[in-house]
Write a protein that binds this ligand. Structure first.
Ligand code: SF4
Ligand code: SF4
Length: 86
């Protein structure tokens, strides 16, 4: 059976493939709910959650987020939503 899916091989592959350019879903952080625990930073398999210069706040680098949802699952206060780009 033929599918239209695209296979990206290798860990951390979004950094070389700029996954966020074509991903249909991406993470969005609500800074009002965020308690700056950095679990999302630790668990993101692509390393695209960034800690800002203040050492507290986080943001998602949309160029590389593949929308896998790991960060949203690990966020204990539900500050992250996975948003459809479609
Ligand atoms: S896991 Fe949630 S609360 Fe913790 S830093 Fe990330 S968004 Fe903020
Ligand atoms: S959805 Fe979250 S864990 Fe997955 S790539 Fe994007 S920022 Fe990283």
């Amino acid at each position: 059976m033929r599918t239209n899916s695209l296979i990206i091989k290798g860990i951390n592959s979004s950094l070389s493939n700029r996954t966020g350019q074509w991903s249909s879903r991406q993470a969005e952080i609500d800074p009002k709910k965020c308690i700056k625990c950095h679990q999302c930073f630790l668990y993101c398999p692509e390393g695209c959650v960034e800690i800002l210069e203040d050492g507290k706040n986080v943001r998602v680098n949309k160029d590389y987020c593949k929308g896998c949802g790991v960060c949203a699952v690990e966020c204990s206060v539900k500050a992250i939503k996975i948003i459809s780009n479609l």
